[in-house]
Write a protein that binds this ligand. Structure first.
Ligand code: ATP
Length: 577
């Protein structure tokens, strides 16, 4: 298979307005892919060279791509720049200036290995090397391929294929229907590597997929918590539970493999560089291999004060991490051990896994077990919740003592309880920006007015609209949104978006914002939870509380299922005194 073959499918998928069509087209591409090719193809169609959790990037900025296009086409950089100003998309510039003919196009394996060479080059002379290798690849490609290659390099592939869509397409390609999606998804929850799954599926079939195991070095998709309206509902539903503080920090999954320690974020990115203290502390633990799950947070043991998410997260900026480590050291409250010395512990009941933590952490002052109490009384649970809130924590997470760790699941094994404000939604939701309307009045100076926002439908791997947001941001916030939105504009509604409204500008679903609203109401304007001709759900009085983008991928946004549950709970809360 050539890069041009894949590019032709990318073109077709880009032009697709329906998600079913997207699955079918991708399945068709897969049926033409050999076992040797399927792994690189799977990464490339998502604009990657390796799985998301491997920190391998091409490291090509716009300037370098422009220089490469100039070199490949033999045109002056100024001309490339001028065309870029007119066309607004370097992919289109590369397409227009391409001199290659399809007959010469490299194989997918060849293109992938040349791109890996670009990613691997670092240090002195690397800019030159990247430019030369990229230019020679561009030179060998036809116009359409050049367009997609450039977009891949800049992380601007237009498709936005969600993981479930890829898994469903694999199922369709092999079986003609979506029936294998659940077992593929289960393997994905254990390994987080779509390329590995595709390759195993192609070479060893369903048996191979079932045999893919949790292992150190590959993040496990995190278990997540459900919501219930109050402590009474928790005890009624779960009976005896363990209760832990809900720390408002950053979820960390720590993998130790001998002296090699890696820390993965909630959305499966390698954040080892940011968590130097955790890496150092994990290295000192005596077990050879470990996977730990916990929450990292700035904590001052003397004043017993916790530092809130925003401040902890400011470290993401990567520079100044050492200073930050000195002035605001991070600790991690470890609440789970998932793997130890080659053994997968996830099937064990939580009580047994938790009991190992003391021994595993061996008195480390940086990695400490999250404290826990047990109760079967709603009164006691209420008291613990209030105690934790008064200490500046978000609330509590309640867990079933007998539950296995279910990778990637949001179910009642874990329930989060936060501060409640009677009559209002007691929790924020995470929404994906899908479009915007040109503003009126003051906001025209920022270039946009109300934002169209949506939730994620995990079952169908699509984004449904739920509200328009016009408030909650400072002027600087609106400006920032505008800048980010600018890069995400697309001409038509993306295939994975389901909407009855047409905003002035559509956006590629990427930016996640945290939103507080007064209420969820049924209505006819939005598609969230809409089945057939029935109503959908909408948010009343939404306002943006914060940007969650670095922490969450669009697929990590609040789901339709959660909205439906929150709507039902809201009803229950209202009738209670
Ligand atoms: P939120 O925005 O409320 O943090 P979320 O969508 O990030 O929610 P949830 O599943 O709703 O994730 O809530 C669980 C999150 O709470 C975990 O991802 C973790 O980051 C955090 N957390 C804090 N303390 C704990 C704890 N003791 N046990 C489990 N998770 C905890």
């Amino acid at each position: 298979m050539t890069f041009a073959d894949v590019a032709a499918y990318l073109d077709r998928m880009e032009g697709t307005r329906s998600r079913n069509e997207l699955v079918k087209t991708l399945a068709e591409l897969y049926t033409r892919t050999s076992p040797d090719e399927i792994q690189p193809v799977t990464y490339l169609i998502q604009g990657r060279l390796v799985p998301f959790f491997e920190p391998v990037e091409m490291g090509m900025g716009e300037k370098l791509v422009m220089a490469s296009i100039a070199q490949a086409s033999g045109r002056p950089v100024a001309e490339v720049n001028e065309l870029f100003n007119t066309l607004g998309d370097l992919g289109l510039v590369a397409e227009k200036l391409s001199t290659g003919s399809p007959a010469k196009t490299p194989s997918i394996a060849d293109a992938h290995s040349r791109l890996m060479e670009i990613a691997a080059s670092a240090g002195p002379g690397s800019v030159e090397k990247k430019r030369t290798v990229f230019a020679s690849l561009l030179h060998d490609l036809d116009a359409r391929s050049a367009k997609h290659l450039v977009r891949m390099a800049l992380g601007r592939l237009r498709l936005g294929l969600g993981d479930p869509t890829v898994l469903e397409a694999l199922s369709f390609a092999k079986k003609g229907d979506r029936s294998l999606r659940p077992s593929l998804e289960a393997a994905y929850n254990r390994t987080s590597d779509l390329g590995l799954i595709a390759k195993t599926f192609w070479t060893e079939g369903e048996k191979g997929i079932a045999a893919l195991k949790i292992t150190v070095g590959r993040p496990i998709r995190p278990q997540l918590a459900e919501r219930l309206p109050n402590p009474e509902a928790v005890i009624n539903k779960l009976g005896a539970v363990v209760v832990q503080p809900k720390y408002d920090g950053i979820r960390v999954q720590i993998h130790k493999n001998g002296a090699n320690v890696r820390v993965f974020s909630r959305n499966l990115e390698d954040f080892s560089l940011m968590f130097v203290e955790l890496v150092a502390a994990a290295k000192k633990l005596k077990d050879r291999t470990l996977i730990l799950d916990g929450e990292a947070i700035g904590y001052n043991p003397e004043s017993e004060e916790y530092v809130m998410f925003q401040q902890t997260a400011s470290r993401r900026r990567q520079h100044g991490i050492e200073e930050a480590a000195a002035s605001l050291p991070l600790v991690a409250f470890v609440f789970d051990v998932l793997y130890r010395n080659g053994k997968d512990l996830t099937p064990l009941p939580y009580g047994e896994r938790y009991a190992l933590l003391g021994e595993v952490l061996g008195g480390s002052t940086v990695l400490t077990p999250a404290p826990l109490t047990t109760t079967s009384s709603a009164e006691e649970l209420t008291k613990t919740l209030l105690d934790n809130i008064s200490k500046g924590l978000e609330g509590v997470v309640v867990k079933r003592m007998d539950s296995p760790y279910q990778a990637g699941a949001r179910n009642f094994n874990w329930v989060k309880l936060k501060r409640t404000t009677s009559g209002q939604l007691n929790d924020t939701v995470d929404l994906v920006l899908l479009g915007y309307y040109f503003g009126k009045g003051k906001r025209t100076s920022f270039g946009l007015g109300a934002l169209l926002a949506g939730v994620y439908d995990a079952e169908h791997d699509r984004f449904d609209t739920i509200t328009k947001i016009g408030t909650g941001l400072s002027d600087a916030g609106w400006r920032e949104i505008h800048q980010r939105a600018d890069k995400l504009q697309v001409k038509e509604k993306p295939a994975r978006v389901r909407s009855l409204l047409t905003p002035d500008v559509w956006l590629k679903p990427e930016v996640v914002v945290e939103v507080l609203a007064d209420e969820i109401t049924p209505g006819t304007n939005h598609t969230a939870g809409k089945v057939g001709d029935g109503p959908g759900y909408a948010l009343r009085f939404p306002r943006i509380v914060s940007f969650r983008a670095a922490d969450k991928r669009p697929e990590d946004a609040t789901t339709v299922k959660e909205i439906v549950e929150m709507f039902q709970q809201q009803g229950r809360r209202k009738v209670s005194p």
